[in-house]
Write a protein that binds this ligand. Structure first.
Ligand SMILES: Cc1cc2nc3c(=O)[nH]c(=O)nc-3n(C[C@H](O)[C@H](O)[C@H](O)COP(=O)(O)OP(=O)(O)OC[C@H]3O[C@@H](n4cnc5c(N)ncnc54)[C@H](O)[C@@H]3O)c2cc1C
Length: 292
């Protein structure tokens, strides 16, 4: 049963920040409610004040600048990202990722800010956005700050957001030339939460055959989305071949910290990380080759 709470519906970011400051004795922000309401129904979260930011239009936007890259406001829904022609043209991997995230109903309500702030290690956007070198912008009443998304996730369902802080937007830089990102998740039911997932970004050198840079991020395989940096390093300076991909996949799976639960064993998840790493690294590499 959900315990009684005071429901507050501010209209501007300034009003939200004022309320967060005033109600430090037990507030919770709610946006789409797709994750929070489950926790409230289970009695795991019982705020005194529920601060609803769903209708803060200031935070509902998708902007792209050819120099600065993409900015998505925190209250932007998954469905808006999926349906954005701008994102489809500039960052098609985000559309692919969204199309496989939950059901249309959940995507219609759930938001990118809520997804990242919820910090479920099985969430899809975290791994993909870290592979794309994204940053998070946040504010409280006194200051605003940005940080690499890679540093935003601290532990299971725990982020770097401090008391009184609101996630404002996620920023994705313009990718270097000849860079492609691929993402795959393994699920038991289509569009469900990942049992394991991997995102990879590959940048090719001017010769169009050797790897200049790579980012590999594991999802649902550790308490937070996790970069497999040693695996990335194995790719840099190399030309694509099967033996290389095997070594990269092996290194990535060594980096995983999976758990055994009702869905899969630790060993099975490690195998998934290996198979998915091989698949996405190859896919990103081959896509990068086709780019101007
Ligand atoms: C059936 C189902 C299937 C799902 N499948 C997937 C899936 O396949 N992949 C996936 O990634 N996710 C999945 N999800 C999770 C869900 O889509 C996301 O977690 C959702 O996007 C959360 O957004 P929201 O706006 O509903 O957040 P809410 O539920 O409103 O809030 C979630 C948390 O974030 C905090 N919060 C929200 N906005 C902010 C903000 N701007 N600043 C600071 N804190 C904030 C809240 O306080 C709360 O702690 C699924 C959910 C359901 C119900």
């Amino acid at each position: 049963m959900i315990r009684d709470f005071v429901y507050l519906r501010p209209h501007t970011v300034k009003e939200v920040l004022d309320l967060l400051e005033q109600h430090k004795d037990g507030y919770k922000i709610i946006c789409g409610g797709q994750s929070l309401l489950i926790l409230m129904r289970q009695g795991l979260v019982a705020p005194n004040y529920l601060i609803d930011i769903k209708r803060i239009d200031e935070l509902n936007y998708i902007n792209f600048d050819p120099k600065e890259g993409l900015r998505m406001g925190a209250t932007t829904t998954h469905r808006a990202i999926e349906k954005s022609s701008l994102i489809g043209e500039q960052y098609p991997i985000l559309v692919d990722m969204e199309e496989n995230l939950a059901s249309i109903q959940t995507r219609n309500w759930g938001t990118i800010g809520g997804n990242l702030a919820h910090a479920d290690p099985a969430g899809d956007p975290g791994a993909v956005l870290i592979a794309m070198n994204a940053t998070a912008r946040m504010a409280n009443k006194k200051r605003e700050r940005t940080m690499p998304l890679e540093e935003f996730f601290l532990d299971y369902f725990e982020t770097a957001l401090e008391e009184g802080e609101l996630l404002l937007e996620v920023q994705v830089p313009v990718a270097p030339p000849k860079t492609a990102t691929a993402y795959e998740k393994f699920t038991i039911i289509k569009n469900d939460q990942a049992i394991a997932s991997v995102a990879a970004s590959v940048t090719l050198a001017n010769d169009n055959v050797s790897c200049k840079d790579a980012r590999i991020v594991l999802g649902a395989a550790a308490p937070t989305p996790k970069r497999a940096k040693e695996a990335e390093q194995l790719l840099v300076g190399q030309k694509l071949n099967g033996g290389l991909l095997d070594r990269v996949a092996e290194k990535a799976s060594e980096k995983a910290e999976p758990v055994t639960d009702i869905h899969a064993t630790e060993a099975y998840r490690r195998q998934l990380v290996k198979a998915l790493t091989k698949k996405v690294a190859k896919k990103a590499w081959e896509q990068a080759k086709t780019l101007a």
